[in-house]
Each structure stands twice: as C-alpha cells, then as structure tokens.
Design a protein around this ligand. Sequence first.
Ligand SMILES: [Zn+2]
Length: 202
Amino acid sequence: MYNKINCDDNHMNKAEPCPICESLGETLFVDFDEDERFPEGFYKLEMVQWFSEAHDLRRCPQCGAYYYFTFETDNDIFCPTHTGEYKRIPGEEAERMLQEYKARLEERRKEYRKQVRKLHGKVIRTLPETEKRIVEYLTDRLYDETCAEDISKDLGIDIAVVEKALESLKEKRVVEEFSYTKELVEKRGFSESFMKYHIRRT
Ligand SMILES: [Zn+2]
C-alpha cells in the first residue's frame, strides 16, 4: 500500500514515488506528430477535473499524486501541431486550481442565469414546478446539452414526467432540442439518447 498522505502534502516530491508515478517521472513533453507517445502509465491516471479542451487535472489511482495535463492542437496543413505535456504538481497547487475553477464556473453560471432571466423570465415565472426545476438544472449546466435520462436521474423525476415537461418547454420556446446522427453519437461517446436539450439562447 502506498500512503496517500505522502503524495498529497507539500513533501510529495521527497516521498518514494509509486510504480505508476515512477514510470511517468515528474514531467514529460511529447510531440504526437513526431510519433512520440506518453508512457502507458499516463492512461491509467484518473480524471479529476476537465478545465477545457487544452487543460485538465488527473490523479494517480495508486498514490493520489496530481498531474496537470496540457494538450495543444493546431491542424494547420503546413505545420500541424499536436503536443501534450504533463507535470506532477503538489496537492496544494491542485487544490488551488480546483478552487479557482469552481469560482470561475460559479461566475459564469451567475452571468448565464442573468441572460436566461432576461430572455425567458416572463415565461419562467408562469411555469409549473417540474418545468421550473428542469429550466434551473439546464441553466446550471451552461452550454452543455443534456439528455432526458440524465435530467431524470439527477433530479429524481420519473422519465415520463421529464419527457412531458420537455415537450411543454419546447412549445413555450424556453428549451431547444437537438438530435444527433448515429455517427456523431459514437464519435462523441454519448450514452443511450440521441436527443439533447438546452436553454434556447436566441
Ligand atoms: Zn502514483
């Protein structure tokens, strides 16, 4: 057993790295266009928080050490760039990143709630309770498109009730529906449903 505390505290670098971390080293930069690859251990890291297409925070499943991952991509025909870099970071730094991300997200949610109120406030005030809850839920998801199954699961509302409420919200032009082709569903790894919903923004 590896002691999680050793890797989470400030002295992480002085502790013996676990076998996965040992195989990874402290940091590595790879150029995928030069056929360079990350060691196998990299793909064992667990995702802690996705920040953007270019950045995320991962964690070693064995000892809990944090890794900050950066991916750069540019599909320029003459000079394509696909590089990745990971860096082991102290637990304190990871905590700070997570807190800053949460604060940024909350700020964006506040801004988005304002927009939704401005656009749909009048209608929202007249909605039955279930529809109101779904609108709040979708608003908090920001620009994510969400399927009825997830809404049902997360809010603990029967799927048939959710589907009926979504129909009604579509009619009231508060919610928009998207249907995806089978190819896109497979490519983006969506589960079950091809239908996704979000708040109408225009
Ligand atoms: Zn480790």
